[in-house]
Every structure is written in C-alpha cells, then in structure tokens.
Design a protein around this ligand. Structure first.
Ligand code: ADP
Ligand code: MG
Length: 568
C-alpha cells in the first residue's frame, strides 16, 4: 500500500518535486524530468536515463557525476513521452551527443526512438540503449526485459562518459555491459499503485513468484517459499544456468530489494549468493546490496551478475557521486563542478488560424473529445484490471491521463482559432505526452496523422473522415509494428478502419458507416480474449492473458463508440 498520497494522478510529479527540493545542490527540474544542477564539461556524452516513475532510486537518483546527466520521469510505471525525453536530453546535452538508457519495454522503445528523431532535426545526435537483463522473461538476451541490471549497465555508461569517451565508444561499452549482465528475481507480494485499493497481483501465502517484473507484472511461475538459503540457491542455480560459457572469473554482483523487503533479508540472501558464486570460482568485485531499482511497495528481491573484463571492471569501480549511489572519490584536488547557469529555452510553435469551416469542424471534434474523457473515466478501473492480468495495470490510468491532457490542449488551441488539422495534431502530441506508455504513443501518433490528412481549410466529408481514420491506423501500425492477431489494439483498429472505408465507399452516411465500424471493432476486441499476446508488455505473460480481452482493443472500442453515440 502507498499510504501517503495527495492526488494519485499527480503522485509522480509530487515525488519529483520533493526529490529536486531535497537535492537542490545536485539536480534541477526541467520539463519531463531532471538534469544535473552542475555544468557538464563541454563535449562530454550526456547519459539520459528514464522510464516510468515508481522505481526510485532508478532513475533520477542516479543523476550526478560518474553516472547520469538527466532522467526522464514518466508517470508511475508508464513510459515518459517522446517530447519529455527530448526536453530532458536538450537540457542535458553538452555537445557530445546523448545516450538514452532505459529498460526494454515497448512503450519506452517507441517514445525514446521518437525523441531521437525529434532531436536529430535539431542537430543533436542521440542513440538508444535498452537494458535486457531479466533471464526469466526470454531465452533470447536481446528480447529480455530490463530490471535491476539497469544499475550496473548505466554505471558503466556514466563512467565511460565521465572519462570523456566518444558517443560511439560509450554506446559500444554499454552494449557490451548489457550483454554481460544477467538478473533473476522473486516476489513475495505485489505492489499497489498510489490511490488503488488492491495490489496489481498477489502471491499465494507460502509461495514465491519467480521472474518478477518491476511494474507489478505477475511472476512467471510460482514455487513454494523456502528458507532464505533455499531461495538464494534457487536464484543462483537459475543464474548460473543462464550464463554464457565464457563467463570469466570476476563478477559484479547486485542484490536488489524491490521496496518492501528489509535490508536484513537482502544481506542474508547476499551472504549465501556470495558463498555459492565463490564456490563456482568467481571473485566478487565491489558487490552492492540494497534498494536500487524498486517497484513501489513490492516485496521481493533480485540477484544480478555482470561478468567483468578489465574494461568493465575499471568502469564499475570508477568514482560516482549521485543522490542515491556514491562510490570512491573524484580526488581532493578536483574542484566540484560549477553550478550551471541557464537552461535552454523550449521552442514555442506558432499557431496558424483555420478557415471558418475547419474551425467549426474542430469545435465538433473537441466536443467529442470531452465526451471521450468522461467515457474513459467511467471505464478506467475496468481497463486497469484488464491490463493487470498480463500487463502492468496502468492502461485505464494512461488512457484517462492522455485524453484529459489532449482535451486541455485542444481547448487552448481552439481558443486560438485553429482548424481541425492543427487541433488534432496538437491534441495528439498532448495525448502522447500526458499518457506516456505504449498506448499513449500510439494514440498520439494516430491523432497527429489524422490531423495531417484533414488540414485546416475544408470541412471534412465522410470520405475524408474515412481516409483520416485509415491514416491514423496506418500510423499506429507503422509505429507499433503489430500485426492482426498479436492481441493488441490493432485487432480492433484495423477492422474498424476497413469497415468504415468500405461502408463510406458503398454510399453509407458517416454515422451509419461509423456504427458498422464500431460493431466490427467491438466483435474483434471481444475475440482477442482467445488470443495469446505477441506484442507489448503482455507478451512475456502470453498464457496469462488468454481468456481476457486485450485492454488496448477494448479501450479503442470505448473511444470509437463515444463518437458514434454523439454523431447519431
Ligand atoms: P504499456 O504497455 O506501456 O503499459 P498501456 O497499458 O497503456 O501501455 O497499453 C497497453 C496496450 O497497448 C495493450 O493492451 C495493447 O493493446 C497495446 N499495445 C502494446 N504494444 C503494442 C504494439 N506494438 N502495437 C499496437 N498496440 C500495442
Ligand atoms: Mg500497461
């Protein structure tokens, strides 16, 4: 339970504000997160970490000398938006390029990749680096989720940046560090989102869930809870089985508490882990025991091994000075870096006025969006519960945050007299920004694409609307790369666009065609219950999701249906 909360929707923002207040000498807030409060030497690669909030010290706690230059802070367990990532990167950039580091989650990959494109247009070279250490999540290293391995992998990246390595070199060594990093975790109980009444999952009394996720995703299998030594042995056995043959003899080890497991328990487990690894011929180099990558109030822990070579060991041992992680010293003679002066200004885009016809179309669209907000609020809990089956339980929250942010921006733009195209583009950007997450990125891209198709001069006819919907769905497909049958919102969106286009071409009025499209999408969304998830967070838990419809497909139908009930 998260006991001390103001407005649950603002919890992540309140956390960030308090964190920045507490560490004013080291960090400062920027749009989307925080950056170092001190100057970075010109030309140094900027390491910008990120992901959802709820994992402290990851990621903002690692801003400082020897590690990150900035952290993008999304909502609780939801990936931040591309524009938030770009904003933090812009403020962190010191002329040496940017390396974005984050765990391998679909939403983060989509959003950070978009941020890379945005920054490229401004002449800032950025690259992405995904951590893939969770051996329980896949047999293929590159497809694994990122969990506590974030700490050692980003420590390597930050040390290389601090030593003045080029972007190519920092990227290379960080990838290498990730290839040599392996984690396995267990959960004794799930975590509860701020404001929620029940945890995202539960573990049966006397059981242990193996293969935890750090967003309240349920464990991948359950075993009886043994003594600390038995648990440690089980974890070490699984870890050893996953190590490559050329494992070397020196290893950085991390025992990481998830948030509600005592340090005492962590030390007991670490003692046995160390004994076992030494018996295997390993030398433990500067091990870490403590809370580094948490999952709110989840009880559990994980064991991470990063196999070292000379290069990695030197970087692992290099000094670091951040709010949450310190090691060694930068030397008595080195003066503390000076406080940075001004932050770069955000560019403000000009708004062009739309034609009268397009402005009235925009007003109609905005009315529909206000209705969508109400409908999504009504279904928020149901969508969250569906997402908790095999995902992280935030889909209801994400859709509401996205729609509310979109509507707020829409009203502002409408007051400025924009046409339908500009309205939809702005609304899409705001949706992605406010929602974060995979679905937020996809809805944002869809609305932007629809806006681009409709423009700011004409009052759209039925055929234009059908084409705009097709463009929107094509944008989602292009971004998410999901196919029909992968158990995502595309399973509802694709038939929706197809039926709408067919019926409009056959001469139906828009309301009638839209209704037929909603019916097709609704049927398709229901049918996703029988499928196994192949994309997104839920794919790791493919079997769990069978019997439950895909949350993104269900919410798509809610949104589409709102539009027709108003039109009709
Ligand atoms: P997150 O998974 O980042 O927590 P949400 O919970 O808001 O994001 O959204 C989950 C939904 O996103 C899924 O139910 C699915 O419909 C959709 N989704 C996930 N990955 C993809 C993808 N690659 N393409 C299309 N839709 C996807
Ligand atoms: Mg989710």
């Amino acid at each position: 339970m998260t006991h001390l909360v103001n407005d649950p929707k603002k919890f992540a923002a309140d956390v960030l504000a308090g964190f920045v207040r507490a560490h004013q000498d080291r960090v400062m807030a920027v749009h989307g997160g925080a950056v170092r409060a001190t100057e970075t030497p010109q030309g140094e690669v900027a390491l910008v970490l990120g992901g959802g909030s709820g994992h402290y010290p990851a990621f903002a706690g690692w801003i400082g000398e020897g590690m990150a230059h900035g952290a993008v802070c999304g909502n609780i367990f939801a990936s931040p938006s591309a524009s938030q990532a770009a904003s933090v990167a812009r403020a962190a950039h010191a002329g040496g390029g940017v390396l974005f580091g984050f765990g391998n989650y679909a939403g983060d990959v989509l959003q950070f990749s978009r941020a890379v494109e945005m920054l490229a247009k401004e002449g800032i070279e950025a690259r992405i680096l995904t951590v893939t250490d969770d051996i329980a999540s896949s047999d293929v290293h590159a497809e694994r989720r990122g969990i506590a391995g974030d700490l050692p992998v980003f420590k390597i990246a930050g040390a290389a940046a601090a030593q003045g390595w080029s972007l190519d070199d920092v990227e290379r060594v960080t990838k290498h560090a990730n290839d040599r990093t392996f984690t396995i975790g267990v959960a004794m109980s799930g975590c509860t989102l701020p404001g929620a009444e029940a945890p995202l999952f539960t573990v049966a009394e006397g059981s242990l869930a193996i293969g935890l996720g750090i967003h309240g995703e349920p464990g991948l299998s359950e075993v009886p809870l043994g003594s600390a030594q038995e648990v440690a042995d089980d974890l070490v056995d699984r870890l050893l089985a996953a190590l490559p043959e050329d494992r070397g003899s020196r290893v950085a080890v991390l025992v990481n508490g998830l948030g509600a497991t005592t340090y005492e328990e962590q030390f007991v487990v670490f003692g046995r882990v160390a004994e076992r690894l030494e018996a295997e011929g390993f030398t433990l180099v500067a091990p870490e025991v403590g809370e580094h990558v948490t999952s709110l109030d989840m009880a559990g822990l994980s064991v991470t091994a990063m196999l070292l070579d000379d290069e990695l060991e030197q970087l692992w041992l290099a000094p670091i000075d951040t709010p949450a992680f310190r090691r060694g010293s930068f030397g008595a003679t080195a003066a503390a870096p000076p406080r940075r002066r001004a932050l770069p200004q955000e560019a403000v885009a000009e708004r062009a006025a739309g034609s009268e016809a397009s402005q009235s179309a925009a007003a109609l669209a905005l009315g529909l969006l206000d209705d969508v907000v109400l409908v999504l609020k009504e279904h928020e809990a149901e969508l969250g519960a569906l997402d908790a089956v095999a995902g992280d339980g935030d889909h209801g929250q994400g859709m509401v945050l996205g729609a509310v942010g979109a509507a707020d921006r829409g009203h502002e733009a409408a007051r400025a007299g924009v046409g339908l195209g500009t309205l939809l583009r702005e609304v899409g950007e705001a949706w992605a920004e406010s929602a974060g997450g995979t679905s937020g990125a996809l809805w944002g891209a869809a609305l932007v694409a629809a806006g681009e198709r409709l423009g700011d001069t004409e009052s759209p006819a039925a055929g234009d609307v059908a084409e705009a919907v097709s463009s929107a769905v094509a944008a989602m497909k292009e971004m998410g790369k999901a196919e029909l049958g992968d158990k995502t919102m595309m399973d509802a969106a694709i038939p929706f666009a197809e039926v709408l286009a067919e019926r409009v071409a056959a001469g139906d009025g828009l309301a009638q065609a839209w209704q037929a499209a909603v019916d097709a999408a609704s049927e398709a969304a229901d049918a996703t219950a029988a499928l196994q998830a192949k994309k997104g967070r839920a794919k790791t838990h493919g079997d769990h999701s069978v019997g439950h419809a895909d949350p993104g497909a269900v919410s798509f139908v809610h949104v589409a249906r709102t539009v027709v009930s108003k039109e009709a």
